[in-house]
Design a protein. Structure first.
Length: 131
């Protein structure tokens, strides 16, 4: 729990910094023609922040012998992400910026469910070893 809390704080600070400064950083280092890329990076930062929190704990279910829960999680995430991209394909007028923000929101939802499952499994393991 302490690791996840630390990762949430760090990725939130990273996301806030990038939200305000990444377009300027792209412009400064790469030139004016990279301004659009900087804006796209700004909108994709929500997804990156979520992945920064979830990636270090991604294999905890497998390591703890809960392969079926990991498989169900991966199927759930795949179906949700595939549905997200299929939905985007149906709405041609959906802007790229809105798509990137929505990707961050959908990923955040997926990984929130994952982190809750991992927390539950880790609490069970802690209780088993404390007895």
């Amino acid at each position: 729990r302490a690791l996840v809390a630390f990762l949430i704080v760090m990725s939130s600070l990273f996301a806030i910094f990038c939200w305000f400064f990444i377009p300027t950083i792209f412009y400064f280092f790469f030139g004016e023609e990279w301004t659009v890329a900087g804006n796209l990076a700004k909108y994709s930062i929500f997804y990156v922040a979520v992945v920064l929190v979830a990636s270090p704990v991604n294999m905890l279910l497998i390591v703890s012998g809960k392969q079926w829960q990991q498989l169900i999680w991966e199927i759930f995430r795949f179906v949700l992400m595939a549905g997200f991209f299929l939905t985007l394909n149906l709405y041609v007028d959906f802007s790229l910026e809105n798509a990137l923000i929505s990707l961050g929101a959908v990923s955040g939802f997926c990984y929130l469910i994952f982190l809750i499952a991992v927390d539950k499994v880790m609490a069970e393991i802690d209780q088993a070893y404390s007895n």
